[in-house]
Ligand binder design. Structure first.
Ligand SMILES: Nc1ncnc2c1ncn2[C@@H]1O[C@H](COP(=O)(O)OP(=O)(O)OP(=O)(O)O)[C@@H](O)[C@H]1O
Length: 480
């Protein structure tokens, strides 16, 4: 299993779909992980995932498989992301929120409420102290809007060493229990940009992110683990002609499709060995999901599909997206703990040195000696510690470090290229200005010389005019 858990969920046929095609569906069930679907050439294709949920699957089945491991990891300081993907009307929001975030029976309760319940349940039964903060934003027309404070309608995405990628200035509300959290979330949901398409009466026109930041301190020492769970309900991928979009709705659809293509491109880059050029910055969505997809988080993707033959092309495209995503090999790392400096537990220095040396000697096999020396210096200067208790696989650490290093170097090269271009332009401009200045100086010199000559001549004429000719004649100034 790859580090991104990928599941598919077929919702039940809708009335409209039943009316059009009866009970016909666009797939054949093989088992709980595989289905057969006909492609564009009417050929059978087998798709396999970590799990396929069919129309009779319960919300709790989806939750237990997809989300439970992510919640327990978050409490232990590992970030987790759950994404619902699929065509408009395929059941993304239903899977996330159920029919209503506040008022629905246990059976229909969505992932969000279940995550919240589990989170508080686990924290309450743990011995340590904890805090939970929630934020809720949507990406609408390529702007990040704060759903808990609509006056913040263009939040910026930033990156820091300790927090990784984060949304600067997003409202964070401390919540103490499930109902507190859900009340706040329902406010955010009410603020979401929802439109009406021919495919779905309450279609989400934005990507919606529910973000839970968990700080969990254990009683045995002063360590506080910080984990984040991000639930992402993507806007529907759709064929514009099917949804009857025009005007603003068409703009929305184009922006949605553009950011979903950016997501596809990121996934392609991550799975085709072009890891040094992953275009995370091509859209707000991919930038925010950078940690989730790029390796610093545990991620799960729920590909939602309509079972109807009338939506077969869209379902096929969703299944292909899921298949690609399954190939991503992410390696979740616990994000740095907030530790009281004074009481910081000291790891065996000898062990750390030993591990660092082993990592460096592995790196020497694939990197240049001087690059490894630089890395060693960096590890020492930055105080980068390799915890022998959490690192067992030196190879994967080497791989991560090498990949990270290469991507940093590529980034540095790109930045240098930019700087060289800027300097070349500046140089060109200065050369031009220098040429012009030299030209002006030369002309000024000529003019000055001419003026001096003219002045001297004029002066000599004036003087000679006052001297009587006989006196001048012996000196040759006056023609005989
Ligand atoms: N598993 C399911 N069981 C019962 N009904 C479902 C299920 N999944 C979806 N539905 C119903 O199908 C309709 C469309 O679902 P939903 O709104 O979740 O789609 P969506 O993928 O979020 O669409 P959009 O991208 O347009 O927001 C809703 O009426 C929803 O109640």
């Amino acid at each position: 299993m790859s580090n991104v858990t990928v599941c598919v969920r077929f919702r039940p046929l809708s009335h409209k779909e039943r009316k059009a095609n009866g009970d016909k569906v666009c797939f054949r069930k093989l088992d709980s992980e595989s289905i057969v679907v006909k492609d564009e050439r009417e050929e059978d294709v087998i798709f396999s995932f970590d799990k396929v949920f069919y129309e009779d699957a319960q919300q709790s089945d989806v939750y237990n498989f997809l989300a439970v491991p992510i919640v327990s990891d978050a409490i232990n300081g590992i970030n987790g992301t759950i994404i619902t993907y699929g065509q408009t009307g395929a059941g993304k929001t239903y899977s996330m929120e159920g029919p209503s975030i506040l008022h629905c029976n246990e059976q229909k309760t969505g992932l969000v409420q279940r995550v919240v319940d589990e989170l508080f349940g686990c924290l309450r039964s743990s011995a340590g102290t904890w805090t939970v903060k929630l934020s809720m934003v949507e990406i609408y027309l390529e702007k990040v809007r704060d759903l808990l404070d609509l006056s913040k309608d263009n939040l910026q995405i930033k990156e820091s060493k300790t927090q990784g990628i984060y949304i600067a200035g997003a409202t964070e509300i401390s919540v103490v229990n499930s109902s507190d959290a859900l009340e706040n979330l329902s406010q955010g949901i009410a603020n979401r940009a929802v439109g009406e398409t021919q495919m779905n009466l309450a279609s989400s026109r934005s990507h919606c992110l529910y973000i839970f930041s968990v700080q969990h301190g254990s009683t045995s020492d002063e360590r506080v683990k910080v984990g984040k769970i991000v639930l992402v309900d993507l806007a529907g991928s759709e064929k514009v002609e099917k949804t009857g979009a025009e005007g603003r709705v068409l703009d929305e659809a184009k922006t949605i499709n553009k950011s979903l293509s950016a997501l596809g491109n990121v996934i392609n880059a991550l799975t085709t060995g072009k890891q040094n050029h992953v275009p995370f910055r091509d859209s707000k969505l991919t930038r925010i999901l950078q940690d989730a997809l790029g390796g610093n988080s545990r991620a799960a993707l729920l590909c939602c599909c309509s079972p109807s033959p009338s939506n077969a092309p869209e379902s096929l495209s969703t299944l292909r997206f899921g298949t690609r995503t399954k190939l991503i090999k992410a390696s979740p790392k616990s994000i740095p703990e907030v530790v009281d400096n004074v009481k910081k537990p000291i790891l065996g220095t000898h062990d750390q040195d030993d591990l660092r040396d082993r990592i460096l000697s592995k790196l020497r096999l694939s990197l240049k000696e001087e690059d490894v020396d630089l890395l060693e210096e960096l590890f020492l200067q930055e105080g980068i510690i390799f915890d022998p208790n959490s690192i067992t696989d030196v190879d994967s650490v080497c791989q991560d470090t090498a990949t990270e290093e290469i991507s940093l170097l590529m980034q540095a090269i790109e930045e240098l290229k930019g700087t060289v271009e800027e300097l070349t332009d500046e140089n060109e401009k200065l050369r031009h200005e220098l040429g012009v200045a030299q030209e002006i100086a030369a002309q000024a010199k000529l003019a000055a010389a001419a003026a001096v000559a003219a002045g001297a001549e004029a002066r000599s004429h004036t003087l000679l005019d006052f001297v009587p000719a006989p006196l001048l004649r012996p000196f040759g100034f006056v023609p005989d």
